[in-house]
Design a protein around this ligand. Structure first.
Ligand SMILES: Cc1cc2nc3c(=O)[nH]c(=O)nc-3n(C[C@H](O)[C@H](O)[C@H](O)COP(=O)(O)O)c2cc1C
Length: 192
């Protein structure tokens, strides 16, 4: 029963950059998570080909796409931590969602999902999250609402050298979101 066991939460990072603030944000989560939740990193989607039905049709879903889908299927709920690119979802992340959306056993179906972002300015992240909510609704995910986590002005809130998150307000908001996401997963998965 999902109501009384430790939850298995998958962390998907939307940035591929080595010095990524979003990857740094993702790394802070295990220390801030409630005891009822264990976090693990999703496999990378960096090597995914651009989605093309011909590939799917001729050779099937690539191994790395299946591995990403399996990781989502086996989790109680993913958290997607992603930057905003040009007011929207980074192409690599959107491409990964496009791939798995074509699967029969579509991994996001009925999956509780929470969103987080780190951004350079004040608005970055919010438009991406809005668009990501739309795409994830199209694949029947169950979107967690609030509290939202957007670490604005990231360069001021992460340590320049270690990329450790230093901002107490952001840390407190993340803790609140993770606790509320745990309750959300237990509530929406209650029948399992
Ligand atoms: C292609 C591209 C597009 C971007 N577009 C936006 C944008 O629309 N809004 C925004 O706030 N930041 C934008 N940025 C800045 C990113 O939010 C910033 O570089 C952020 O640090 C990237 O996340 P990361 O550090 O996790 O890699 C863009 C960056 C890139 C590379």
């Amino acid at each position: 029963m999902v109501s009384d066991r430790q939850l298995d939460v998958l962390v998907i990072c939307g940035s591929l950059r080595k010095g990524s603030y979003n990857a740094a944000l993702a790394r802070t989560l295990p220390a801030l998570a409630p005891g009822g939740m264990r976090l693990r990193d999703a496999p990378s989607f960096a090597s995914f080909a651009l989605y093309n039905f011909d590939i799917q049709n001729e050779t099937g879903f690539p191994h790395e796409v299946n591995a990403w889908a399996d990781a989502i299927r086996s989790a109680d709920g993913p958290i997607i931590v992603s930057p905003e690119y040009n007011w929207s979802i980074p192409g690599g992340l959107k491409n990964a969602i496009d791939w798995v959306s074509r699967m029969k056993d579509q991994p996001f179906k009925d999956k509780p999902v929470a969103l987080q972002s780190a951004a350079g300015g004040i608005l970055g992240g919010s438009r991406m999250q809005h668009h990501l909510r739309q795409s994830l609704t199209s694949v029947d995910a169950l979107l967690f609402g609030r509290p939202e986590v957007i670490v604005t002005f990231a360069a001021q809130k992460f340590d320049e050298k270690t990329l450790e998150l230093k901002d107490q307000t952001a840390i407190d908001m993340i803790k609140l979101q993770l606790s509320a996401f745990e309750q959300f997963i237990r509530r929406v998965s209650a029948k399992e």
